[in-house]
Design a protein around this ligand. Sequence first.
Ligand SMILES: Nc1ncnc2c1ncn2[C@@H]1O[C@H](COP(=O)(O)OP(=O)(O)OP(=O)(O)O)[C@@H](O)[C@H]1O
Ligand SMILES: [Mg+2]
Length: 466
Amino acid sequence: MKDVTEKQVKGIDYKNHQYHKLKQEKNILLPLLQKNNGIEKLLTDKLAIQIADLEKRNHELEKRTKEIADANKKLIINENRFRQIADNVNDIFWIGDMTNRVLFFINKAVESIFGISADSVYENFDTLINAVHNEDRNRFIESLSSKSPVNIEYRIIKPDGEIRWLRSKQFPVKENSCNQDSVHIAGIITDITEYKNAEQRSKYQQQQLIEADRMASLGVLVSGVAHEINNPNNFISLNAPMLLEIFKDILPILEWYYKEYGNFIIAGISYPQIASDIISLINGIDKGSKRIKKIVADLKNYARHDDKNIFCEIDINKVVKSSIVLMKSMLRKKTNIFQMKLYPEPLTIYGNFNRLEQVLINLLQNACDSLTSNTQGIIISTSIQPDNHSVIITISDQGCGIKPEHISKLTDPFFTTKRDIGGTGLGLPISAGIIKDHGGEISFNSKPGAGTTVTVIIPWRKPDNA
Ligand SMILES: Nc1ncnc2c1ncn2[C@@H]1O[C@H](COP(=O)(O)OP(=O)(O)OP(=O)(O)O)[C@@H](O)[C@H]1O
Ligand SMILES: [Mg+2]
């Protein structure tokens, strides 16, 4: 034991120390280890519960994802159906945020109605606004910010310049995403141009009906009045010539009396004056009465209801020749240059000889009245229209012509520039009515100072189809 070194003693101490230390640590660790086993079990149990919960949630999530995928599929199918409907209706329908002018949807009808692509409207909603007619644009813009339903009609100008009438029904749409200040608007736009045209046509026809009705009652009134005027006028027209004869016989007796006894007074007028004026006074009564007779005859003519059925096949060339025979003396008096150029063959139409003769006399009379010198000419001609469907009669004169502003009034009853020389303004309205009864047309071409050409066109009855 002597041999035990200090070093060896130190070694044994150290080991003893280590042994005690380990023993102490064992005493601490052993209860800890026992405790740890409990925690581990607790953790394992908790983990198991959480895993079960997660698995449950995962299952629900998978179910939900499937539901969303199904809903999505349905949405795509429905959207597809909606697009097909939207693109195949004639009306435009659209929806957008009109505060910020953002369009969410517009169907293809915008392309046919506005003539602009849907893409350009998506890009800039103003493209649509700019197409609205100047006079209607402000109303249209106002309607876009209305918070209540609007129904407006307005015009648009398409890129090719065509003007169309549209009707918009717009209403505000409530959406959760919509901020309170902005307005979401949905609208349906219908092209109502045809409807508007029909409406205008019907208004015009209604006006014409009223006018026709007015003219018909005027016609009845006129024939009644004309008849009433005719009776007393007959006294004048029959008695004036007799009065003239009476005075022609009385005048020599009065003349004898004047020479024998000197001047005397009749109705406050001295005899010599009576003697010089009485014949022209009675002639004046006679002329006036004849004029009344003509006016009454023209008025009756204008308001006539008879005669329409006396239509038969007649040769227009014969009508022309007959009217010229009747107008011969006047034509000779008024012009040195009168020409008649007739179509070389008979021109058969279905009509009333006397009435057409009356028209030509009227027109020739007007031509004569227009001449300011007998060196100015009148030409009457007949021909066939190039399409072979109608015959044409033209009466051309080199007279004073017609002012452009008078052309549209020529067939208005009582329009005349010749009232001072006895014109009544009934010649052309009567003529136009007669030509219309024959299914034809009358037109005027005139140059003031150079002359007038009146053209009458009447349907031709060709020998083959007569
Ligand atoms: N060939 C013509 N040249 C110039 N003016 C014409 C001609 N034909 C018609 N007019 C104008 O048209 C008007 C109307 O003609 P219309 O025949 O209806 O009546 P009018 O000749 O005046 O009277 P009337 O009842 O006696 O015929 C005339 O007053 C005249 O101003
Ligand atoms: Mg006339």
